[in-house]
Design a protein around this ligand. Structure first.
Ligand SMILES: NC(=O)c1ccc[n+]([C@@H]2O[C@H](COP(=O)([O-])OP(=O)(O)OC[C@H]3O[C@@H](n4cnc5c(N)ncnc54)[C@H](O)[C@@H]3O)[C@@H](O)[C@H]2O)c1
Length: 257
């Protein structure tokens, strides 16, 4: 069979390999038709929905992240002004799924122009933090109060701290980004603001709900899939995905054949 084989950091190849065989009694060889994997959220799509709409397969991974995070903490409520910091696939999925909860406005902060354009296509107002101060813009749009909900979708200390500055008193901050460095919790300003801060790792609890919403056409994530490849062009797919600044890639869909 053909397989993408890793030979260490940055070294991978599309090779002919021996067919897999069980070695230990607990091993299993399974054929997977459609799957999304992100840490703990393995869910095999096998007859859960009558047909898999284009864009569902890879879109689900990102959307699942946000529904899992948003739903479990009730981050977004009807009428909210929502700010999403970071407009990668995860942040854009946050924009899409935030709409399930009927916010009055969704504002996105991202320095990358193609990502801001993608957010605007989803109906969000986009802020370039290099050109405008997001805190000033959001306060100007909210009578000086700040956002009801701020979703962090980057994973660096600066953007977490920005979310805590963007949120209004009584508001909610949901951290989605994966952080590798400590961030400062500014209790000297936050202690009096009654904010709620939550974190979350995607899991499979919301997957059945997502599949129903996608199959019913109530959640459209097709615009998140920017490129399509056949399995034989897997290496090119990886290169395109690895350079979103050049390629404009969000989610890359690879199909068998
Ligand atoms: N919680 C979970 O279960 C879960 C699941 C999947 C991914 N994630 C995490 O979500 C985060 C986003 O994932 P992604 O795939 O969209 O990543 P990505 O790298 O494609 O997108 C990140 C975006 O953030 C923007 N950005 C960078 N610096 C910024 C700044 N200072 N202010 C505003 N925007 C800035 C970039 O321009 C980019 O558009 C990552 O940290 C990822 O690991 C979390």
């Amino acid at each position: 069979m053909r397989a993408l084989v890793y030979h260490g950091a940055g070294k991978k190849d599309w090779e002919s390999v021996a067919d897999p065989e069980p070695v230990d009694p607990t091993d299993a060889v399974i054929r997977v038709d459609a799957v999304t994997i992100c840490g703990t959220d393995l869910h095999i799509l096998g007859g859960d929905v009558p047909e898999v709409p284009d864009g569902l397969v890879l879109g689900h991974e990102a959307v699942g992240t946000v529904v899992a995070t948003g739903r479990s903490v009730g981050t977004v409520r009807p009428g909210d002004t929502v700010v999403v910091v970071g407009a990668g696939p995860i942040g854009l999925a946050a924009v899409t799924t935030a709409r399930l909860f009927s916010p009055s406005a969704v504002i996105v902060v991202d320095p990358a122009e193609p990502r801001r354009r993608a957010a605007e296509r989803l109906g969000a107002v986009a802020i370039d933090p290099a050109a405008d101060d997001p805190v000033e813009v959001v306060r100007a749009k909210t009578g000086g109060l700040g956002a009801d909900a701020a979703l962090e979708a980057v994973g660096i200390p600066e953007t977490f701290e920005l979310c805590t500055a963007l949120v209004r008193p009584g508001g909610r901050v949901a951290n989605i980004g994966v952080h590798g460095r400590p961030a400062t919790l500014h209790l000297e300003t936050l202690w009096i603001r009654n904010v709620t801060i939550t974190t979350g790792l995607v899991d499979t609890r919301t997957t059945p709900t997502l599949l129903r919403l996608l199959a019913a056409g109530q959640l459209d994530v097709s615009s998140l899939v920017t490129h399509r490849f056949r399995m034989a062009d897997f290496l090119e797919a990886y290169d395109v995905f690895a350079e979103p600044g050049r390629t404009g890639a969000l989610k890359v869909l690879v199909t068998a054949g």
